[in-house]
Ligand binder design. Structure first.
Ligand SMILES: NC(=O)c1ccc[n+]([C@@H]2O[C@H](COP(=O)([O-])OP(=O)(O)OC[C@H]3O[C@@H](n4cnc5c(N)ncnc54)[C@H](OP(=O)(O)O)[C@@H]3O)[C@@H](O)[C@H]2O)c1
Length: 276
């Protein structure tokens, strides 16, 4: 059954209380660590068929092995850099072939190049833009024919609290801000095809071994000051909490949501303790 926008209505899912992603064919970039890994794990365990990529082949193998036997079937993976346009486009085509089509894509790979404003050059700005915005644009463009073939679909762009609340590094915030605009504009552009587009902005996530976790372990006083000043609940949001919102936006439960910017940050104030 399809809704008025042409996307499949998850009536079966609703009746048995599922998360609404069972059977969905979803491509997620940057799926071996952090938020991307949690999105992939959640989708696969909820019965979606998933393709993901990262630059490090070994990490993709490890992820695949750890998910073997889960409901969603074999995970399709490919090692590539999302800033290499042709490789990304070939990956989208190969994923659609392997999964038998695409119902959703998540632009999750992202990050920042360079340091503070006066120590950052044009190459850092360009690289940060390419990693966050350039890759998202090419991903969506390559996915459109497959989403159309599916009768519609859902696109989620992973932005950041830094995309709407000022904080250094500026080149990162500017690129993340552009992703929020991109989602709102694409939602209008692709709405007639039944393709929904939303942006999700995580707060500072506590990811083992990454920035905030390292700060918590190496400089607990600074972390406690950050938490007291900026995190009303005293704790950063967990990547698993963000992944659940992404899964919702990929599911038919969110069929009425498009062009939205969805912060998932437990009402965090500033994005970091580094200023402003
Ligand atoms: N961490 C936070 O607190 C936070 C807060 C707000 C928003 N975000 C956003 O959330 C998203 C995920 O962040 P995260 O911190 O979870 O990421 P992460 O831990 O740095 O993981 C990034 C993932 O993307 C892959 N990746 C990175 N660069 C890539 C490239 N050029 N080509 C292909 N794959 C690439 C990594 O694998 P390889 O290294 O093997 O390529 C890894 O699988 C990003 O868009 C980030 O901007 C993060």
């Amino acid at each position: 059954m399809r809704n008025v926008h042409g996307s499949r209505v998850g009536a079966r899912e609703e009746s048995r209380g599922g998360s609404g992603v069972r059977g969905k064919r979803v491509l997620v970039t940057g799926g071996t660590r952090g938020l991307g890994e949690q999105i992939v794990r959640l989708l696969v365990t909820e019965g979606a068929q998933v393709a993901t990529c990262a630059r490090t082949a070994r990490d993709l193998e490890t992820l695949k092995l750890s998910l073997r036997g889960e409901d969603g079937g074999p995970l399709f993976t490919r090692a590539l850099d999302v800033t290499e346009p042709e490789r990304l486009e070939r990956f989208v085509a190969a994923s659609a072939k392997r999964l038998g089509g695409l119902d959703g894509v998540v632009a999750c790979a992202g990050g920042s190049h360079g340091g503070g404003f006066e120590r950052t050059d044009a190459a850092d700005w360009a690289a940060t833009w390419e990693l966050n915005v350039g890759h998202a644009v090419r991903l969506v463009r390559a996915a459109i024919p497959h989403l159309r073939d599916a009768g519609g679909g859902s696109v989620v762009l992973i932005s950041s609290i830094s995309g709407w609340k000022p904080g250094p590094p500026i080149q990162y915030g500017v690129a993340k801000s552009a992703q929020i605009h991109l989602a709102a504009s694409l939602a209008r552009e692709l709405g007639p095809d039944g393709i929904r587009v939303n942006a999700v902005s995580p707060g500072s996530m506590l990811i083992p071994g990454r920035r905030w976790d390292r700060m918590r372990q190496e400089d607990p006083e600074r972390f406690a000051g950050f938490a007291a000043a900026e995190l009303p609940g005293g704790e950063p949001v967990a990547p698993q909490e963000v992944a659940r919102v992404v899964a919702f936006l990929l599911s038919d439960w969110s069929s009425g949501v498009s062009g939205a910017h969805v912060p998932v940050d437990r009402a965090q104030n500033a994005p970091s303790p580094d200023g402003y």
